[in-house]
Design a protein around this ligand. Structure first.
Ligand code: FAD
Ligand code: SF4
Length: 505
């Protein structure tokens, strides 16, 4: 089979699938879909390989087991260890992590772009160029603030508290123009109201007639000639069992690796395309921790926009963001563990509200390492970042009390229930061991960092892997540092930049 535009899945494939194209993109998440769009609209024939399935809104169900096994890397169990242990989820399927994300959209802070230019030599990343990408993405993804009617109490109560304290807060801009506020973004959007990249960037790219999306295809190997990649090889997968059922080989002039910040360094390392001096290192993740609060009135936290409101403390190194999870996940973050107290809180779930702090990791760092059993992820949470996280959790608790909370439960093992603002600092001391915080992160970044110096980076300022003339990386792994804001828009902008730079070379 040669290249055919359109959507393809394992049911259509011969046992040995062979394809030829101008460009092959590996991974159909935020970065890969944007790169595929930039290439296809400039007339290159693009094969997009994705190990997960094509999914549609009716495939998404509000069931943890279904979502974790079908939509998540490592069936939802991917986690980092170090001085903290935390889940580090990522998406799997055409759309990547945008299938399961909360649709929050932030433009890259100009201070971050300036740092990347000044300290890492990323001179392609000009403010003007990125502003152009952001404007395009705002329009293509339908980024907007959802109406108050779908925000509902969990977001509105936090807004009320933040306003009473005079904090700088706002409803979050989201790429979910049709959101109906069902609160289960992390299980996939069953209403189709979220504009994940499979429903936006890839639809535009398909319209060019130059894109073939090959789902259920996992890339694992390469054939090389000198400094060029000649072909990528891999396996076709059964979408349900996720076991190999055949082979795939794609010949192309250009290759773009967009397997995400865990998948991309794993691919480079396992194929000897980069060594581990920097590849797989410098992992940053935007660690978060939760705070729950009890109110006399009903909040019904499961109803409304999953993450709708935030407080901006970016200059202090953190943001506060509301969130909604399923009851089992609420239970896991209660400080009192198993027992009557936790059961009592759960019985009153409809009176709980939830929000958390997200930290711009500055003195923390991790790495991705290849082992025979798969990726081994390590992360050391620095003391400065821990202090910023505690500051964020304390402020979250203050916001809840300002909004009228009667009790606050901070995300710390064994923390006492907080009954008044005066008790907040004692319940969240700065010297709490990092491992006692209920931490979670869903924004891996930085493991194939970009720069103009091959001794300090993995890819050059146009995303080309040092040492390989036709292999680039376009995903969140190329960020030279963490951002401090949710990263999907920056990732898409990077994808557009990398695709554009190939087409215009
Ligand atoms: C639960 C959750 C909530 C989030 N919420 C937000 C939010 O609200 N706002 C925001 O800005 N960001 C959010 N993020 C983060 C954001 O979605 C990611 O930063 C972004 O999608 C990263 O894009 P990427 O291209 O690097 O990787 P991904 O989008 O993860 O895509 C990588 C793709 O590559 C595929 N792949 C990997 N290896 C291979 C291989 N060898 N062969 C074939 N395919 C492969 C994977 O299956 C996956 O589909 C969230 C993430 C998660 C997990
Ligand atoms: S909260 Fe909105 S965007 Fe999220 S899954 Fe529900 S309808 Fe979709």
């Amino acid at each position: 089979m040669t290249f055919e535009s359109g959507k393809h899945g394992s049911a259509d494939y011969p046992h040995a699938l062979t394809l030829q194209a101008d460009a092959c993109v590996i991974g159909a998440g935020a970065g890969g879909s944007a790169a595929a769009l930039a290439l296809a609209e400039r007339g290159l024939r693009v094969v997009l390989l994705e190990e997960g399935q094509h999914l549609k809104p009716s495939d998404f169900k509000p069931e943890s087991g279904h979502a974790l096994t079908q939509l998540y890397q490592g069936r939802g169990a991917r986690s980092v260890r170090g001085n903290v242990v935390m889940l580090l989820p990522g998406g799997r399927g055409v759309g990547g992590s945008t299938l399961i994300n909360s649709a929050i959209c932030f433009r890259t802070p100009p201070e971050v772009l300036a740092l990347w230019r000044d300290e890492h030599g990323c001179n392609e990343l000009t403010d003007a160029r990125f502003e152009g990408y952001f404007d395009r993405l705002w329009s293509t993804l339908g980024v907007s603030v959802n109406p108050v009617a779908v925000q509902r109490n969990n977001n509105l109560i936090f807004k009320e508290g933040a306003e009473k304290l005079g904090l700088d807060g706002a409803f979050l801009a989201r790429n979910a123009p049709g959101c109906v506020g069902c609160g289960i973004c992390q299980y996939g959007c069953p209403s189709g109201g979220k504009s994940s990249v499979d429903r936006t960037l890839l639809v535009e790219a398909l319209e060019s007639g130059n894109l073939g999306i090959y789902a259920d295809c996992r890339a694992s190997g390469v054939e090389t000639d000198g400094d060029r990649i000649v072909a990528v090889t891999g396996q076709t997968m059964d979408p349900v069992t996720q076991k190999p059922i055949g082979t795939v080989r794609v010949e192309a002039a250009h290759f773009v690796l967009s397997g995400g910040p865990i998948g991309s360094p794993m691919f480079l390392l396992s194929n000897g395309l980069a060594d581990n001096t920097h590849c797989g290192r410098h992992l940053v993740v935007h660690p978060t921790a939760p705070v729950l609060a009890r109110f006399e009135q009903e909040i019904r936290p499961w109803s409304g926009v999953t993450q709708g409101y935030y407080v901006d403390r970016w200059k202090e190194g953190f943001l506060l963001q509301t969130y909604t999870v399923t009851p089992d996940q609420y239970y896991m973050t209660l400080p009192s563990g198993i027992g009557a107290e936790s059961l009592h809180i759960m019985k009153n779930l409809k009176h709980l509200a939830s929000a958390g702090a997200l930290v711009h990791d500055e003195d923390s760092e991790g790495r991705v390492r290849m082992t025979p059993a798969g990726p081994d992820l390590y992360y050391h949470f620095g003391d400065g970042d821990k202090q910023r996280l505690i500051d964020g959790l304390r402020l979250t608790a203050e916001v809840f009390f300002a909004a009228g909370a009667t009790e606050v439960y901070p995300g710390r093992v064994g923390a006492p229930t907080i009954h008044s603002p005066e008790q907040i600092a004692a319940a969240l001391p700065y010297d709490v061991p990092a491992s006692h915080l209920f931490m979670y992160a869903s924004h891996p970044m930085g493991t194939c960092r970009m720069g103009d110096d091959p001794s300090r980076s993995v890819v050059d300022p146009q995303g080309r892997v040092w040492g390989w003339s036709n292999l680039r990386v376009a995903d969140a792994s190329v960020f030279p540092t963490s951002l401090g804001v949710n990263p999907q828009i920056t990732t898409m902008a990077m994808g557009l930049m990398v695709g554009e730079s190939i087409a215009s070379a």
